[in-house]
Design a protein around this ligand. Sequence first.
Ligand code: GSH
Length: 214
Amino acid sequence: MKLYSYWRSSAAYRVRIALNLKGLDHEIVPVSLLPGVAEHRQDDYRARNPQMLVPFLEDGNFSTGQSLAILEYLEEMYPEPALLPADAQQRATVRSFCNSICCDIHPLNNLRVMQYLKSELGVSDKQFNTWYAHWICEGFKAAETTAATFAAAGPFVFGESVSFAETCLIPQVYNARRFKVPLDDYPRLVTVADACNELETFRRAAPEQQSNDL
Ligand SMILES: N[C@@H](CCC(=O)N[C@@H](CS)C(=O)NCC(=O)O)C(=O)O
């Protein structure tokens, strides 16, 4: 299995965590998103993934982009250990939590949005940081409320076991810290993130553990 990934990509980080949790053999293929390099916009990569984004997974003859689609694919193809609960209603709750991060926070803050705001609309770094923090806080307020509701159930967002919830949350907390967004109002999210970051499977997926010379 090959995962096309960029060290600082939080969407790729989600999949790196899931691959480690499931213990799946894989090769990480670095794709530089750096302005001026932008391998993801070059013909080779575009031929592979017309969406021109990372992550992108190849598993034998099959390939797909979009981190949530990749997570669902891995769960269906390689069900053990399960990263979704057996119960349909609990699965919907986990997916709802993940979508709030992956669909309602991350897309507003990703690289091409940042580049468009800065270069096309002339937004300053300071204004951009305000924008960035705003969307994280909007999403984290809701995520914190949900996570606090389940806090008694175990060390992770939804109980005793890690699920897709942590594969999505931990990279978003990483981004928040990278952009110095204060996290004091989200104690449960921080507690879960810190607990996950102690685990070897999460540590190996962290940006600092990737090839970051690109
Ligand atoms: N919805 C996509 C988002 C992927 C995404 O935005 N990836 C970023 C890195 S985190 C990217 O490739 N950005 C390149 C760009 O914005 O030009 C997913 O979940 O995989």
